[in-house]
Design a protein around this ligand. Structure first.
Ligand code: NDP
Length: 313
């Protein structure tokens, strides 16, 4: 038994809900599957101060509830569950849900997002859950650490970009690089090495994120050559070791870059398969902001609407 859906939206971050609001108001009767992390990455963010329209800020979870309510107001069919398999080989796109349900869709909007990678230390996860000083997004959270000392781990372009961003807000940024060299491009490395308030510690790994039970107070690190352990005082611990786009289930059908970000036709949300559109972080390793995800969610609904209109003649 399969169900026919005009417009299926996969994912429930700002991209998915914005696509839903636009699709529902265009009478496309969207069905949205929330995925394994309803609300997406923002549900792990404490305070969102940079989403226009919230002059006093809003918590990430609260903002996602409001987006969900807005999508519901126009009768988006929002469902629990996640997609386990797709078949985009025919004119009708087939999608399977974890409970075995098979859905045939005219248009599909992928908004499955990306997940920040973390070190996986218990202390890191503890303060991440508490919202007490662990973050994977300097642009989102750096402002909360103005005039304070922070530590950032990572040695790629993201880590360099975020360390440089933080150096303008914080009194001191300590960068932990696990090897004796950066992975980042030369120009990015030059930018961090010549910034006075960034200290780079090579061959250095995180042992533990230290705290008082509520908030981060420092980071215990170990030099992996000398085995010497020492503590760095800090109120913020930023993790910038990469992101993983949640796109595995689409890899047999959609063009992707080498890390798994879906390639869209530039200037649109179209993928290489007609009727399959992508929005949000699943296709964006550059901006990765709630507002840019919402913007491409809107674009995806408009692209899907035009596609369906052409199909219907
Ligand atoms: P990358 O995969 O390029 O880098 C990840 C970094 O994290 C590496 O230096 C890696 O170390 C380090 N790392 C991974 N796991 C751990 C760990 N457990 N402990 C300590 N360090 C760890 O990810 P990015 O997010 O930096 O970049 C992704 C892509 O986006 C790249 O292609 C990048 O060029 C691009 N990008 C471009 C930008 C720009 O041009 N402005 C800005 C941001 C990203 P190691 O080197 O030892 O493996």
């Amino acid at each position: 038994m399969s169900e026919h859906v005009k417009c299926l939206i996969i994912g429930s971050g700002p991209a998915g809900y914005t696509a839903a609001i636009y699709a529902a108001r265009a009478n496309m009767k969207p069905v949205l599957y929330q995925g394994t992390q309803p609300g997406g990455q923002l549900t792990t963010t404490n305070e969102v101060e940079n989403f226009p329209g919230y002059p006093n800020g809003v918590t990430g979870p609260e903002m996602m509830i409001q987006l969900q309510d807005q999508a519901k107001r126009f009768e988006t069919d929002i469902r629990d569950g996640w997609v386990t398999k797709v078949d985009f080989s025919g004119p009708v796109h087939k999608v399977w849900i974890h409970d075995g349900k098979e859905i045939h869709c005219d248009a599909v909007i992928i908004s499955t997002g990306a997940s920040a990678k973390y070190l996986g230390l218990a202390s890191e996860q503890k303060y991440l859950q508490l919202g007490g000083g662990v973050s994977a997004c300097a642009v989102c959270d750096g402002f909360f650490y103005r005039n304070q000392e922070v530590v950032i781990v990572g040695a790629g372009d993201s880590a360099c970009e975020e360390a440089h961003y933080l150096s303008k807000l914080c009194t001191k940024v300590t960068m932990l690089v696990r090897r004796d060299e950066f992975r980042a491009s030369k120009i990015m490395v030059a930018r961090v090495t010549k910034t006075e308030n960034i200290e780079i510690l090579y061959n250095t790994e995180t042992e533990e994120v230290l705290g008082d039970g509520q908030v981060v107070t420092g980071v215990r690190v170990k030099n992996n050559l000398t085995q010497v352990v020492h503590d760095i005082p800090a109120t913020g611990f930023f993790v910038a070791i990469g992101h993983q786009p949640n796109t595995d289930i689409f890899k047999d059908y959609l063009n992707m870059d080498e890390t798994g970000y879906i390639k869209n036709v530039p200037g649109s949300t179209k993928t290489n398969i007609a009727g399959v559109f992508v929005s949000g972080d699943a296709a964006d390793h550059v901006y990765r902001q709630a507002i840019t995800a919402a913007g491409t969610g809107c674009m995806a609904a408009l692209d899907a609407e035009r596609y369906l209109a052409a199909l219907e003649g």
